[in-house]
Design a protein around this ligand. Structure first.
Ligand SMILES: [Zn+2]
Length: 248
């Protein structure tokens, strides 16, 4: 098999210890989507990668393309995107973003827009402005990029034009909107919640953060956790921590 070196730019989403001294890295790359690679000897005291492979670091990596896992030859630090000394809320939100992004994207799956969205979000988090709102904006926009968000115009079942000023039903599994005559089961989502989600999806960061979410926070949180549970169908480790901070 033809093997070659290749340079990528990306941000480190996950680090897993492997063997005695290696690290498996999950990178969200600028151009090639999610990519997993191995940094051999990275956990040694005098590693050539020392200090560069921190979580959320923006890096340029030279990879040797192996048969299964790419190996990191060289790592250059582009930017340390985070500086949350003592910012518990910002850092726990960042961990949640990294964990979910890494779980939602398949290896080598390329979705344009995810990398700039994540970088913009991390930069906003580092400014320490309302991490919870940034969290909602990120996920709603990510779901949009992944094609998960509903059509806001029509009921997916009968194609009737939807009036977002009246209550509509949001099906959490498919994230699709139903009109009242098609779906009278359960509790319809509050109009204000639907409108908040729609607003956030309609504007890029940071414009989407201009909405005052004070009254919608609890509804957004339960909506988001339900959607994530349905999408991932596996435990989300960093969710409990953010949940704890919310209730303080
Ligand atoms: Zn309908």
């Amino acid at each position: 098999m033809h093997q070659r070196n290749r340079k990528i730019e990306g941000v480190i989403l996950r680090k897993t210890n492997y063997g005695e001294a290696d690290l498996i890295l999950t990178i969200l790359t600028k151009e090639d989507g999610r990519l997993d690679c191995i940094a051999k000897g990275a956990r040694r005291f005098k590693s050539r990668f020392s200090g560069r492979l921190g979580l959320f670091n923006q890096v340029q990596l030279e990879l040797f393309e192996g048969r299964s896992l790419h190996a990191v030859n060289e790592a250059e630090l582009i930017d340390v995107t985070t500086n949350w000394d003592g910012d518990l809320e910002g850092s726990s939100v960042a961990f949640l973003l990294a964990e979910i992004t890494q779980k939602l994207l398949q290896p080598d799956q390329i979705i344009p827009g995810v990398y700039p969205l994540l970088m913009a979000t991390i930069a906003l988090l580092a400014e320490n402005r309302e991490p919870e709102n940034i969290l909602y904006a990120y996920f709603i926009q990510l779901f949009g990029l992944l094609g998960f968000m509903p059509s806001w115009q029509h009921c997916v079942l009968c194609d009737e034009k939807l009036n977002l000023d009246r209550s509509v039903h949001l099906d959490a599994d498919s994230l699709s909107l139903h009109c009242r005559s098609c779906d009278s089961s359960g509790t319809p989502l509050q109009t204000s919640l639907i409108k908040a989600i729609h607003f956030i999806q309609s504007y890029p960061l940071p414009e989407s953060l201009k909405l005052d979410l004070e009254d919608e926070r609890d509804a957004l949180w339960s909506w988001l956790t339900r959607v994530l549970a349905d999408l991932l169908n596996q435990p989300i480790r960093s969710l409990a921590f953010v949940e704890q901070l919310r209730s303080v």
